[in-house]
Design a protein around this ligand. Sequence first.
Ligand code: NAD
Length: 248
Amino acid sequence: MSLDGRVAVVTGGASGMGEATARLLAGSGAVVTVVDLDADGAERVSDGCGGRALVGDVSDPVFCSQAIDGVVDANGRIDVLVNAAGIVLRADAAGTDDDQWRRMMAVNVDGVFFMSRAAVGHMVDRRSGSIINFGSIWGDVGAAGVVAYCASKGAVHQITRAMALDYAADGIRINAVAPGEVNTPMLSAGRPAPPTAEDLQRLADETIPMGRLAEPEEVARVVAFLASDDASYMTGSIVAVDAGYTAR
Ligand code: NAD
């Protein structure tokens, strides 16, 4: 699989699956721009990729359109957009306040929409492009104690399907990955204490048919495939990368 010379943007590229994706796309020949709120992380990953870092908040529509325009100005085009930036909130409805709900939607839903809208504007001109969104198993099935996150990922899956239909005839493919439990910093986010190795093994034994968590690279490889011409007949797909979690 080659992505030689492709111009790619990876949001959330400073950590976890975004970082693994940025590194793999660069290793496959792409010119990568890492977009993230975390300036140090974005610089570290973009240095490792021989790419550029853009620091900003994907919930800001002005930042998103300037970021994409800047990439197009610098490289002449954008071929691949990966929307991996995201946050989690571990709370039921009564435990979710207005600001937390709005922030979840702003980052996980608005961020995907604003970046994708900016990118398709350029991709349409070239009649070519691939967008890969990060959904989740929890965009398809419910889970207790994560209502805002579930709602946001369900919206990401529907943005993916609806935009895929809007742009199928323009040569733009739009797909999503729906990972299960992945070993990234997000696993510890929003918990009173980071889970221990025993906690994670119990989680895997109780909920994951293959009995283990994913490593970020295992998801990144699916993203890179969707970005490439090897996935030329795929659009509007939500690809589960979940060790059988949603097969039940
Ligand atoms: P992570 O926490 O390791 O990385 C997320 C990155 O997004 C961070 O670098 C963070 O700084 C960045 N980010 C957050 N808010 C931002 C904003 N407003 N603007 C720009 N950047 C922002 O998380 P991860 O586990 O690698 O998750 C990547 C994606 O995969 C997310 O969308 C997440 O919801 C999804 N996901 C994660 C899991 C999991 O188990 N870890 C499972 C399914 C889906």
